[in-house]
Write a protein that binds this ligand. Structure first.
Ligand code: AMP
Ligand code: MG
Length: 317
C-alpha cells in the first residue's frame, strides 16, 4: 500500500479529502483519530487496512454536535440523555442502538454503535465540514500506543493514509471513557479522563466491566486485543524502587521523585500529567532502544483508573 499523505493545517482541506472518500487523521483532546465517512464502507475498510486492525473491533463515530446523533443511532434513554447533556462535547463515548443505515463494517457487525463529540476546537472545525459523521479509531498501527502528536501519526501511517490534519499534542493523552447505555444499568467498558466517580453522580448504578479471561466473550470487542504496547517490556510497581543497579537499557515513569540508575526517567506532578505523557514516553523509550520500562501505578481515582488500565494492558495483564 502506498498513498501520498497530504499533511495540512487546514480543517477544511482535511474535510474535503475525507468527503471525497479519503482516510484522514485528525487531532482530538484524547488521542489522534483516523477518520472516514461513516456512510462509505470502502473508505471505512481502508481504516482497518491502514492500521492492520482486526475487522471484529468496532469503530467510534465522531460527530460535530450531539444534534447529529440521530444520523447514526436511535433508541436513546434517560441514562444516555443525562450523560450526553453533561459530558458532550468531551472525552466520553456512549454506546447506543445503531441505525440500520450505518454500514455494518463500522460497528464490526454489532447492532450497537459508539458515538462521541470531541471538544478539541480543530476536531470540531474539521467535523463541521465533513458531510457525514466520521468513523475513527486511534491513528496508530494496531497494537501500538495511541498517538498523541501528529509526528507519531506520520511515523506509523505516513504513506498509508490520504491526509493528516496537524494540530497541537492531545491534552488528555488517553482514549475516551466508554459507557454502554444499551444495557440497564449502564456499563463502563473503558475508563478514561471522565472517572467513575463523575459518571456515578449521574448514573449511580453504573457497573464496571471486568476485563475478560481467555476463552470468555469480551463485553467490548476491543478488550481481547493486546493494546498500547511499546517494544520494551513493562514492569508495574506499587512504589518506586529504593535504588536500581545502573541500567543503561531501563526507564522509569511515575508520580514519585525519579529513582537513580535509569537511562530515562519521567516524574509526573499529577495523574493528569502522567496520562498526557505516557504514550509519548513509551514511544521515546522505543526510539532509544530501552528494553524495560518500570511504571509506578498511580492511585485508582479519576483518570488514575484509566492509567492503571492502560499500564496493565501494555504489560500484557
Ligand atoms: P479505539 O478507537 O481504537 O480506541 O477503539 C474503539 C474501542 O471502542 C473498541 O476497541 C471497542 O472496545 C469500543 N467500542 C466501539 N464501539 C463499540 C460498540 N458498539 N460496543 C462496544 N464497544 C465498542
Ligand atoms: Mg486504538
Amino acid at each position: 500500500m502506498h498513498l501520498q499523505t497530504i499533511v495540512t493545517d487546514s480543517p477544511i482541506e482535511a474535510a474535503q479529502l475525507l468527503n471525497r472518500g479519503g482516510i484522514v487523521a485528525f487531532p482530538t483532546e484524547t488521542v489522534y483519530g483516523l477518520g472516514a465517512d461513516v456512510f462509505r464502507p470502502e473508505s471505512v475498510a481502508g481504516i482497518f487496512r491502514a492500521k492492520g486492525r482486526p475487522s471484529d473491533n468496532p469503530l467510534i463515530v465522531h460527530l460535530h454536535s450531539p444534534d447529529r446523533i440521530g444520523e447514526v443511532a436511535c433508541g436513546l434513554n434517560a441514562h444516555a440523555d443525562a450523560l450526553i447533556a453533561r459530558f458532550f462535547p468531551g472525552p466520553l463515548t456512549v454506546v447506543l442502538k445503531k441505525r440500520s443505515s450505518v454500514p455494518g463494517i463500522v460497528s464490526a457487525g454489532l447492532p450497537t454503535i459508539g458515538v462521541r463529540c470531541p471538544s478539541h476546537p480543530v476536531a470540531a472545525e474539521f467535523l463541521k465540514h465533513c458531510h457525514h459523521p466520521v468513523a475513527a479509531p486511534s491513528a496508530n498501527l494496531s497494537g501500538r500506543p495511541s498517538p498523541t502528536d501528529w509526528r507519531t501519526v506520520f511515523h506509523d501511517l505516513g504513506g498509508r493514509i490520504d491526509g493528516l490534519l496537524r494540530g497541537e499534542p492531545s491534552t488528555i493523552g488517553l482514549e475516551s471513557t466508554i459507557v454502554d447505555c444499551t444495557v440497564d444499568p449502564p456499563l463502563l467498558l473503558r475508563s478514561g479522563a471522565i472517572g467513575v466517580e463523575a459518571l456515578r453522580e449521574l448514573v449511580p448504578g453504573l457497573q464496571v466491566a471486568t476485563s475478560c479471561k481467555p476463552g470468555e466473550a469480551p463485553k467490548s470487542p476491543g478488550m481481547k486485543y493486546r493494546h498500547y504496547s511499546p517494544e520494551a517490556s513493562i514492569v508495574l510497581l506499587d512504589k518506586p524502587p529504593e535504588s536500581m543497579p545502573p541500567s543503561p537499557a531501563s526507564a522509569w515513569i511515575g508520580l514519585s521523585a525519579p529513582p537513580a540508575g535509569f537511562a530515562r526517567t519521567m516524574s509526573c506532578r499529577s495523574s493528569e500529567e502522567y496520562a498526557r505523557v505516557l504514550f509519548g514516553f513509551f514511544r521515546a523509550c522505543d526510539a532509544e532502544g530501552i528494553d524495560t520500562i518500570y511504571c509506578e501505578l498511580p492511585p485508582e481515582e479519576g483518570i488514575g483508573r484509566a492509567i492503571r488500565d492502560r499500564l496493565r494492558k501494555a504489560a500484557g495483564n
